[in-house]
Design a protein around this ligand. Structure first.
Ligand code: COA
Length: 276
């Protein structure tokens, strides 16, 4: 499929990258971006070969958030169009948030407003040390919407969530990592090298274990201890069924045979003569 505002690149069978592709507009998310992201993510969610999805921006920004002209100003007088765009944006963010594959945001520059929701929906976020993060909405007389307030209170402590929302001040990648908004700040020149090294490693994990790990982490959040414990047991049984006992019959047997050490390697990637 040909897209006009995003670009999908297949790196190898297990890893794909979506680029926001409006570099001349700092990759602001127009109504077309939302529609294309929805279509693209819906098809990637069904892709059985895909293991890791990277999201980044073409050019020098990750994304300047919602397109303030095309999304807000131009659609203001057209409630039906506005409603369509809202639904599209919500749908693709949900597809991203619940995706069974590992999702990594590679933040290569500005990450503003609604783009914070995008990184909040990803599992892992690496940012170049040139990146800047800002909830800019208060600076144009509104508060962050599109799921951004929820992202901030969930990822950050209360003090930092309130501070970023009320000040509208940018923070750099080092600070973003310190407060838990992102996973890691890396030298800008090494951003993609580090992201793809991680992607290529994670693509080898047993896919059902990845899918259910993500599922369980998401669902235990609001549960009490006892319910979370029971939920984990049920999901472990589901996993065992789906992967036909691979973790016990293959992985743990390899450990018993002294063929790999789970604390620092995967049974899938350990290259020993004795392993298939
Ligand atoms: N929506 C629509 N257009 C945007 C945009 C946005 N969110 N962010 C940048 N652009 C456009 C600019 O209007 C400009 O378009 P033009 O060339 O047609 O005039 C182009 O992108 C380049 O941006 P410019 O402002 O000249 O670049 P800059 O490097 O000086 O500043 C930003 C970059 C991102 C700091 C600045 O554009 C900005 O503050 N953007 C608004 C971001 C925002 O508040 N987003 C929140 C949305 S929820």
């Amino acid at each position: 499929m040909v897209y006009s505002t995003i670009r999908l690149e297949r790196r190898n069978s297990g890893v794909a990258t979506i680029f926001f592709n409006r570099p001349e507009k700092h990759n602001a998310m127009s109504p077309t971006v939302h529609k294309e992201m929805r279509d693209c993510l819906a098809s990637l969610a069904e892709d059985e070969q895909l293991r890791v999805l990277v999201i980044t921006g073409a050019g020098e920004s990750f994304s300047a958030g919602m397109d303030l002209k095309k999304y807000f100003l131009e659609q203001r007088s057209s409630p039906v169009e506005m409603d369509k765009s809202r639904r599209n944006s919500r749908e693709w963010i949900n597809l991203l948030r619940t995706m069974s594959k590992v999702t990594i945001a590679a933040v290569n520059g500005w990450c503003v407003g609604a783009a914070l929701r995008v990184i909040g929906a990803c599992d892992i976020v690496f940012a170049g040390d040139n990146a800047k993060f800002v909830a800019s909405e208060i600076n144009f007389g509104v508060f962050p919407g599109g799921g951004v307030t929820k992202t901030l209170v969930e990822l950050l402590g209360w003090r930092n969530a309130v501070y970023l929302t009320l000040t509208g001040e940018p923070i750099d990648a080092k600070r973003a990592a310190e407060i838990g908004l992102i996973t890691k700040s890396v030298a800008r020149g090494n951003l993609y090298k580090e992201v793809y090294a991680l992607a290529n490693k994670l693509k080898n994990h047993e896919p059902f274990s990845v899918r259910l790990a993500k599922d369980v982490l998401r669902h235990v959040k609001p549960l009490d201890d006892d319910t979370a414990w029971e939920y984990e047991i049920a999901k472990t049984e589901e996993l065992t069924y789906l992967q036909r006992n691979e973790w016990t019959d293959v992985a743990l047997k390899k450990f018993r045979n002294n063929e790999f050490k789970p604390a620092f390697e995967s049974y899938k990637t350990k290259k020993r003569k004795t392993m298939v």
